[in-house]
Structures are given as C-alpha cells and as structure tokens.
Design a protein around this ligand. Sequence first.
Ligand code: TNX
Length: 548
Amino acid sequence: PSTAPALAGTTPALAGTAPAGAAQVVPVPVSTEPVPGQTFVVGSETRIVVAPGGVGAVPVAEGLAAIMRPSTGYPLPVADGASRPGDILLGLTEAADLGDEGYRIDVSTANVRVEAAEPAGLFYGVQTLRQLLPPWIESPTVRPGPWTVSGVRITDTPRYDYRGVMLDIARHFQTPATVKRLIDHASTYKMNVLHLHVSDDQGFRIAINGRPELTTIGGQFSINNDPGGYWTQAEYVDVVNYAAARFMTVIPEVDSPGHTNAIVMSYAGPQANPALPDINCTNRTPPQWNLTGAVGYSALCPESPNTWAILTDITAQLSAMSPGPYYHLGGDEVPASTLAHARYVDFVDRAAQVVKAQNKIVMGWSEIAAANFDHPDAPDAVAQYWNNGNPTGAAGDTARLAVQKGMKVVMSPANHTYLDMQQFVGSPLGLSWAGRLDVSQFYNWSGNTSDPATYIPARTTGGVTLPAVTDTDILGVEAPIWSETLRTLTDIEFQVFPRMPATAEIGWSPKVHPDRNLASFVGRLAAHAPRWQLLGQNFYPSPQVPWR
Ligand code: TNX
C-alpha cells in the first residue's frame, strides 16, 4: 500500500484557471517570440499532416493524436500530402541549427507548424505544443475546449545531450507498468535517459538466461521483507522499446562489486574445486538475507572465477538487449574494510573490460574514478557524481579525478537531484541524509545559480591542483530515485513532482536566459498542476510553488 498522501484531484489547483500558453513551458525554450494577432484553434476538421518523406515523423504524429483525441473528441487523422488551414503540420527538415533534438514551432491562425531535423526533435516540439494547449488537453474524457493556441514562434535546442532519471527497482520491486509511467513523465519534460538500477543488496530484478538463481533466489524479496519480483527479458525489451518510442535510452545498472548481496545469496557456497574462492570469497553459504537498508557489507570476490563468469553473462545479456551506448557497472560505496582499495581498483579495471567487450561505454558512480581509466587500454568511461557536501572542497574530488583521467561526468549531486530525499520534515516518504529538498534546492545548486558547469571548481590540495569540472567534461544531469521508502507508483510520483521538472530544465535550457531562474520556473510550473491532476498523477503541493 502507498504511504504517500494521495493528492490528485484534491488540491485547489484543479480550478482550471491557469492560462495555457508560452508563459508556462517547462523546460523554458531557448527562444519564444509571441506573434500578436494570431490564434490557432484546433477544430473537428483539424488533421495532423506529416510532410512528404517524413517516415520517422509518423509515429510522433500518432503520439500527438493519441494525446489530443480523448479530450477534444475530434478524429484528428494523421495524413500526408497537401495541408489545409486548420491543420497541424509536422515536418522533418534539414535545419542544421536544430541539431538532433531541437525543434521549431510556428503558430499562426492558419496552422501550427512543428519542424525538426530528426524525429526526436519533432517529439520534443510535440511536448511543447501540449503545454501551449489548454491544460484540459490532457483530459481522458471529452471537454468543450476551446482548443486555442496563441500565435508564437519557438526555437529550441537542449543544453546537454544527457538528461536522465534513475529508478531503483531493486530495493522495492517495481513493475514494467510503473516504469512506463515514469517514462511518460520524464519524456514529457524532454528527458532522454532512463537509468534502471536492476540489482542491489535486497534484490536482482531481470532474468538472466542460464543463471536462474539470480532471480528465483535473488529476486524473491524487497527491502524490509516486502514482496519481491523480477522481469522476464521480454518485459525488459518491451520497456526498452517503450522508452525508445519516447526517445529515451535505457541504461541498465547491475551494481558491483558492492551492493551485491542478492547476487551473493544466489550463488555463494562451497565450490566444486575448494581451492577456488566462491563469489564472496567465503566458500560457505552466507547466513541470512540482510534485508535492512544496511550498506557497504557485501562485495563480489575479485579472485573468484565464478564472479567473472556470472558478471560476464549478466553484462552480455543486458548489453545485447539495450541499444544505447552505455552500461553502468555501479562501483559505489565499497568500504576498504569490505574490499581493500587495491582490490576494488582491480575489480573495476576488470569489470570495465567486461563492459568494453560488449562494445558499451562504461558508466559508474564516481568512486570508479579511482580505477585506471587513464591507462591506454582502458575503455571510455563516464563517472556519475553523486556526492553530498561542499563541491568546492574534497567532496568534489571524485569528479575532478575523473576529469583528470579523461572521463566524462554526469552530475547527480545528492543534495540537488536525489528524488528519494524528503521534501519536508515529517514526510511519510523519503530519506534525509542529503537534506530535505524542496524545489528550490533542486533548482539552485549553489547560491542562486543552477549551473552544473561551475559547480565543481578546480582545487589545490597538498600542492597538487585537480581540474575543474566544466561543460566540456559534463554529459548532462540525472535525478535518481532510490526506493528504500518507495513502494508504489503513487509514492514515486509524490517524490518526482514537482522536483523532476527542475532537473529537466537544468539539463535542457540555456544557462543564460531571462527565465532561467527559480522565480520564473515555479511560476511556469504552477500551471502544470491541472495537467498532472487530469493525468491522474500524484505530486507534492510544495509551498514554494504558487499554485493557482
Ligand atoms: C546512496 S547514491 C546510495 C544508494 C542509496 C541512496 C539512498 C549511491 C551511489 N548509493 O545505495 O540507495 O544513497 O539515498
């Protein structure tokens, strides 16, 4: 059962008084120019017309129609060929200025025209168009309208290539249906990565061929003895495809060498050859499941052939099912008392080669920067910075070290992006080790700024200067949802909204822009509550947002 306050439909926000329009778009577009005197009205004759040759545009057009048909009650056929006044036009063009993900929208009395160089850009143009329409466009049942869009010209491209959200399906098992809802939510705000934390001490969640114990044993519980579960490979592929249709890439993570008690429980025990160490170096069945939130006690044995045989199967099968360029090997929170530093480094070096052999780029939590990624044979690698604490001090060193070794960085500072953190004192959900984080802490990373590229400056320590982490090093941003306290979709949505859109704006919108600030952001976001309520999704009615 959910422990989240169920809010959908109960707050004053559903008065429906919020005006739609360009003043409410999140993330704020690069350029928004009102075109006075022009108003487009969606009518019963409106079609969604795909420009000739735009094969990749058809699924995006069908997606727009699927959003608009239930609320308008109009047929909104997807058509090709010549357009008429009253049509919405989607076109792929060779506009070099729009890149892979940018788009342009022109709204006049005659037509809405969305153009992009790639289907992803059209998809993002469609997400903006949704927000230009009245909030009732999201209604599951027919509404009277009117379905007006004020004249405007918007040109938009993202700041960062990587805009992610992570879900931990290990601490509390989550169904594919829940993950699809999260994909809907994140892609609406133009996020393009779903990082799936598949395995942790409390559970292993995707079936691996030839290794059934990983899920039949390793998947049976969740934290605190809550019910477990796992996905078949077909279910995983279905989620990957669902994400791809919304231009999101799934990055699988099987955390290692720590956070591995579920794997250890599945395979530890006496070895046929007692001279060889088993998967956790003990050669005995470990005593009991530890289903608490304890961290740092488990580790795979780097000297065990079984460790590498099993990790290779896992990495190969998940990589084969994941079309994106990255595989996340975890690497976080392994105390030297569990695995001595040199053995940790050796483990990560070797695990990185296992990933490289699958033609994937290595990702890991930023502790992995301790390994030899500056070695000429090391694979390309990305460090995900998650530290809490003062980034101008030693807390930023894992990311600096990564940069020094030529790695890229994804920014997930816990005190500004962790969606599992509580939002207020006494919240029934969430942890608080990185603080109680409301929208303002998500939007403003330091002082009154929210610029990932100045967050970790260079630091000189003991006469050695470690480099700054700047935009050339940063792939983008990610907001993780750890699930120790989160059981249901309702719980997850309560933590995700309204904060995830802040991370989305930091990842998408330009650093210098008149509306790239907290006051503008919360003002725009306030207009989204009626949309969330119509979509039946939960959220925290933060007092920092001026809900109308
Ligand atoms: C730290 S962030 C962890 C996770 C926990 C999370 C809870 C990171 C790389 N490790 O194992 O779930 O805190 O907030």
